[in-house]
Ligand binder design. Structure first.
Ligand code: HEC
Length: 210
């Protein structure tokens, strides 16, 4: 047997392996693609598990804007405000650009800047730019005023919005007082907090067992 023949044999073996694995992968793909829509078995979920899942699905507790504002940093807000300066000026007497001048916006009425052509949506919304309204608008402009012409996606991070609002507040004469943090219900002793959560009940039930 010379080297040439050995090469041929090795080649044939490799080729056979290639076909074999190729076919296996093809069948795998074929059968995966035709997997049944409903699995042939049902996973039994115990009641406890369901309760747990429900507890986990509860939305996260919303962070109080007042709490965020109390620890916000106007200096950081200045950096966040870079996202606004393409369309807005902050200085007193600053020009209206694509958006209105924002001096004195905190506490002012919606759509009150002279000489700016607001959208009808904003004009019809009415109300005051209090801290909550500003927070909601900056988080999601079109969510707060559907039809606003402020083409800005919004700032998703609540702490960044609080920094920005504190910065914006510096550009005003009146500087309305910051909202006071509502006392937290969680701080109260459990007996007073009304209905017990399912986990508490479970825990209590387990404690009572001998
Ligand atoms: C792409 C341009 C653009 C950007 C970026 C932008 N805005 Fe605006 N903004 C506008 C326009 C346009 C309006 C007017 C909206 C209307 O009339 O519906 C507006 C309106 C507003 C108003 C309401 C003004 C009033 O007089 O009632 C506030 C407050 C505001 N913007 C804050 C911000 C802040 C804070 C940022 C940065 C996070 C920002 N905007 C980023 C274009 C922009």
């Amino acid at each position: 047997m010379d080297a040439f023949e050995l090469n041929k044999i090795a080649g044939a073996v490799l080729f056979a392996l290639l076909i074999l694995f190729g076919a296996k992968t093809a069948t795998d793909l074929f059968f995966r693609a035709h997997a049944p829509e409903k699995p042939g078995y049902v996973v039994a979920v115990t009641e406890g598990g369901g309760e747990q899942a429900a507890a986990q699905a509860e939305p996260e507790e919303k962070v109080d804007l007042a709490v965020l504002l109390a620890s916000a940093d106007a200096g950081k807000g200045e950096r966040v405000a870079k996202k606004c300066v393409a369309c807005h000026t902050f200085d007193q007497g600053g020009a209206n650009k694509i958006g209105p001048n924002l001096y004195g916006m905190v506490g002012s009425e919606l759509g009150a800047v002279d000489g700016f052509a607001y959208s009808n949506a904003l004009k019809e919304k009415g109300g005051t730019w209090d801290y909550e309204a500003l927070d909601a608008f900056i988080a999601n402009p079109k969510g707060f005023i559907s039809g606003t012409k402020m083409a800005f996606a919004g700032i998703k991070r609540p702490d960044q919005r609080a920094d920005l609002i504190l910065y914006l507040r510096e550009y005003s004469d009146e500087r309305p007082p910051l909202p006071e943090a509502k006392p937290k219900e969680e701080a109260q002793p459990e007996e007073q907090s009304g209905e017990a959560k399912p986990e508490d009940k479970e825990a209590a039930a387990q404690e009572q067992k001998p």
